[in-house]
Design a protein around this ligand. Sequence first.
Ligand code: NDP
Length: 453
Amino acid sequence: MQEYVASVLAQVKAKNPAEPEFHQAVEEVLESLEPVLERHPEYRAGKILERIVEPERVIIFRIPWVDDQGLVQVNRGFRIEMNSAIGPYKGGLRFHPSVNLGILKFLAFEQVFKNSLTTLPMGGGKGGSDFDPKGKSDNEVMRFCQSLMTELFRHIGPNTDVPAGDIGVGGREIGYMFGQYKRLRNEFTGVLTGKGINWGGSLVRPEATGYGTIYFAQNMMGTRGETLEGKTCLVSGSGNVAQFATQKLIELGAKPVTLSDSNGYIYDEAGIDEERLAFVMDLKNKRRGRIKEYVEKYPSAVYTEVELGAEVNPMWDHAADCAFPCATQNEISGTDAANLVKNGVHLVSEGANMPTMPDGVSQFLDAGILYGPGKASNAGGVAVSGLEMTQNSMRLNWTREEVDQHLHRIMHDVHASCVRAADMYGTPGNYVNGANIAGFLKVANSMLDQGVV
Ligand code: NDP
């Protein structure tokens, strides 16, 4: 079976050159699936692997827009419609200068398994643009979003493909895109999730990814009879996921001590409390400033510049119990992972998608720490997006408590599915294998049911 998996992987690399993140994501999943393929020859006969690595559709388009100086700017837009075996394509839009086809394909591929784990009927997709919202005025962001939707609207719809936010896409951007979609289609419908609460959004959607990551961590800790109370926690990022992960940690009596952005990180030994987090939320969401401003307000904290792409990030080299990477892919190298383990971290729950490099993942698994991979631990965001779709279809709004209860239950179920699949296929406690296998089985069986499409 190893040979077969290696041959599929070789084909993926040959057919999709210069897409290292996509290769990385596919390799991790395919390796986990070897014991499944041994037991189920029907997947190989039905060429499920060969089909699941090939997007059903890739849309690439031009996004021209005019900046505040009256100059024409051109960005590239993408939508990867990866797999619709279990529901309409579902997954976020990312606006970041690093966006390219390979990064979005890795994210779309991961999304297929993540969405399957949520137990909700959602296929997998992802999209975005190399547009950089940093330093742009609201009007520029609006014109860009309108131009993007002027093409994207013909490819999406509430029963076809339902995008949401991701890096660089929050409530403001979803609002501008929803407005343009509605205008073009003359239809008020749940075509995007992460909408404002007055126009079809769900309570707890903004919080869901961060909260879910912490709920997943609680479930993992529960297997060892531990809780998060009193635990010192390293959190990376300072955007949507990092903010609400930090908020939940504070609520549960843990002590978050770091936050970061793409320039550097702050270390606050006293702990980031509610007041300090409120400062960060205002800084990031309203003033759109940099995390280093934290130390101007709270001088007892320390700010350290971090070189992007360096082999070692000093943020992961502080003594702590738990780590929550919530910024971006490949932010924990093998050396960083070794530092985390050495310094006492015994739980890593990923808020970001694929934040740990393969060498780092192996070190977490070898050390036997509780390691929750993003496709399981950050599934709460898309799960509440699914609940937003349900509420839109029913034309109802659930209360905060109702949505949070659903989120709790879903994260509990995601955790239980991972544990069960890991046990069943001979690697107990390995959440990487558990998530990949449990996510795969539902999609693969649905693909077999639906014939060769
Ligand atoms: P935001 O844009 O709100 O925040 C991203 C944060 O990460 C910012 O603080 C940003 O800093 C930082 N960041 C981005 N790139 C880098 C980099 N190369 N190095 C260091 N820091 C970086 O995005 P989200 O919080 O929504 O997303 C964070 C992660 O969570 C992503 O991996 C995303 O795919 C994942 N995720 C998000 C979901 C959601 O519901 N939003 C759902 C599931 C997963 P800066 O301001 O400098 O760019």
